[in-house]
Design a protein around this ligand. Sequence first.
Ligand SMILES: [Zn+2]
Length: 152
Amino acid sequence: MRCPHCESDITHVIDTTHDARGGIRRRRECEVCKQRFSTYERAILSTPLIIKKDNSREEFDREKLLQGIRIACAKRPVPAAEIERLAGEVESDLQQMNKLEVPSRVIGDMVIRRLKDLDHVAYIRYAIVYLPLGNLKDIQKEVNQLLKTEGE
Ligand SMILES: [Zn+2]
């Protein structure tokens, strides 16, 4: 590690601490100018590739995810900040999975679980696209279940 004061490459670690989020902080001292400085090291999380239905892979696209959720929430009383938060949570869950690639279905499931808590109409719109709600009966069943929870 190069000293930020004199740019010498000869520095050594005098103390190492771990923080609650898994990062490592190192206190260092430059052997040339004797100044001290700290470095912070943490894992960079990457988002897995998405396996599409036709088996091709694509990069996770946050904008595309947001767009899908926005369409489902159109004209519903869902604040834009909530939609952003939902997309952010899905992205961070994907990163926590620590996988190289995941089926697109996994993302659909994550979104739909959260939409169900957020807005029932948006949830049904999304479900018609992403779940195998192939006919009106399936949709009716899903709506009836929602109505039951709303009545509680
Ligand atoms: Zn130095």
